[in-house]
Design a protein around this ligand. Structure first.
Ligand code: FCB
Length: 467
């Protein structure tokens, strides 16, 4: 492995936290072991034609069996925080009933292994792998799932709350609701239902708020928040249609979840559009207060910004899809990652500043995901050189540091991802890891970005100690 020359130190506060992130279905594999039940992503990935080359998470990175090796990689990297997710169907195979002891034991091992290595566990309760049995009862479209989720969350707080200091209720609720149930069906559960996708979004938010309250009433005494994804969008021109298209996309991508969670209710602009699809009868008295339960932090996932050009509204049923009648493109002239995503570091600074501007009572922020995919390969010398990834993280971290300089309270950064892994519908075609995984054998090879990130963390820590 080659290590790039040490970067100039970033001016981030001394206590700033450094980590990496993964999620259960993307790395664990062992889908039929330890009593685990099926999730909607097992069903989705096993449905012909829905994922790249029919890829599934059956084996993924085999993290379930290689736990110690992966924990050692984290220790080697020198991170102080590891963000992972708990698979609901490992703890409750059908989403209801007594916890499965083998599932509980797996995360005990993971959490204890982190603590032994002086790494703080940051646990996400729901990273999209809803137990299939609950989906068969209507999934997030069914309000009963809110109660089921809170019961599951309580089990987790009871089992791990003495050791997990940071909890994230949901990861990117837009995905299982609008993407998975709404417009295009390109994520589990793979439905195209229009209005019911909005019901799902609402129930996910309610489950979040109720889980936060359950946490406050539990014996655990750490921090809890939610992770939302943000895709800042600018109009392609100052034509009225482009301005309107950008405003619609912004409402959907940035404000739909952030506004209610931060106490501002649903954006009027969206509700006006949705009126044709739904009477919003699923929003019951008191729901918005439950959703706006105060948070200890807001998790921010940020990958890219967009430019929106008006394209005429899509058919009614598709109006919950993410484009909302806009063609979305990377800003002109920006480089693209291997996935075709625009490399837009400045958007991170703008996003963080905008969040603070829009929400005067904003809780501290934590960048819970940021990263890039490139077609990395192990070279003839056995190394994986990924200079684009180093440049990517460097640029985004500098934008983050500028926002901190301008007064935004950002507490940490868990880059996506520790390992190359199962990238949802894109299967194994996209490599986001600091560590290369040879999927047929499971062999791990740290990339040059791994060495770069390790140096960055140790330089920052040394500067903090010296200060
Ligand atoms: C995010 C997801 C994460 C990963 C990255 C690339 O939207 O939260 O699981 O797939 O994108």
């Amino acid at each position: 492995m080659t290590t790039a020359s040490a970067p100039a130190p970033l001016t981030l506060p001394a206590g700033f936290r450094w980590g990496t992130a993964t999620s259960a279905y993307q790395v664990e594999g062992a889908v039929s072991e330890g009593g685990r039940g099926r999730s909607v992503w097992d069903t989705f990935s096993h449905t012909p034609g829905l994922t790249h080359q029919g890829d599934t998470g059956d084996v993924a990175c085999d993290h379930y069996h290689r736990l110690d090796e992966d924990l050692d990689l984290l220790a080697d990297l020198g991170v102080d925080t590891y963000r992972f997710s708990i698979a609901w169907p490992r703890l409750q195979p059908t989403g209801r009933g007594r916890p499965e002891p083998r599932g509980v034991a797996f995360y005990d091992r993971l959490i204890d292994g982190l603590l032994e290595r002086q790494i703080s566990p940051m646990a996400t309760l729901f990273h999209w792998d809803l137990p299939q049995d609950l989906e068969d009862r209507g999934g997030w479209r069914n309000r009963d799932t809110v109660h089921d989720f809170v019961t599951y969350a309580r089990y987790c707080f009871d089992a791990y709350g003495d050791r997990v200091t940071d909890w994230i209720t949901l990861n990117e609720p837009i995905c299982p609701s609008l993407h998975g149930t709404g417009g295009y069906g390109h994520a589990a559960p793979g439905l195209r239902l229009g209005g019911p996708a909005i019901t799902s979004a609402h129930h996910l938010l309610l489950a979040h708020g109720d889980a936060v309250r359950a946490y406050r009433n539990s014996a655990a005494a750490g921090r809890i928040g939610i992770t939302l994804n943000f895709g800042p969008v600018a109009p392609a021109s100052d034509r009225a249609e482009d301005l309107a298209a950008a405003a619609r996309v912004d409402a959907l991508q940035t404000r739909l979840f952030a506004d209610p969670v931060l106490g501002r209710g649903y954006p009027d602009l969206l509700v006006r559009h949705w009126r044709e699809l739904t009477d919003m009868g699923f929003v019951q008295a008191g729901d918005l207060e439950r959703i706006a339960e105060p948070l200890d932090f807001l998790g921010v996932n940020y990958y890219k910004s967009w430019v929106a050009r008006a394209a005429g509204l899509p058919p009614l049923a598709d109006r919950v899809a993410m484009d909302m009648g806009a063609v979305l493109e990377p800003p002109p002239g920006v480089p693209r990652t291997g996935f075709g995503w625009g490399v837009t570091p400045d958007g991170l600074r703008t996003l963080l500043l905008d969040l603070r501007h829009r929400h005067p009572a904003l809780p501290p922020l934590f960048v819970t995901e940021n990263g890039c995919a490139y077609p990395d390969e192990v070279g003839p010398d056995g190394n994986v050189d990924d200079p684009e990834r180093i440049a990517f993280h460097d640029a985004y971290l500098r934008a983050l540091a500028e926002a901190v300089d301008a007064g935004v309270d950002v507490r940490g950064y868990t880059c996506w991802s520790l390992l190359d892994n199962f990238e949802w519908a894109a299967g194994y075609s996209q490599r986001f890891g600091l560590v290369h995984v040879d999927f047929p054998t499971g062999r791990r090879t740290p990339k040059s970005s791994f060495g770069w990130y390790r140096d960055l963390i140790s330089t920052h820590r040394a500067a903090g100690v010296a200060a």
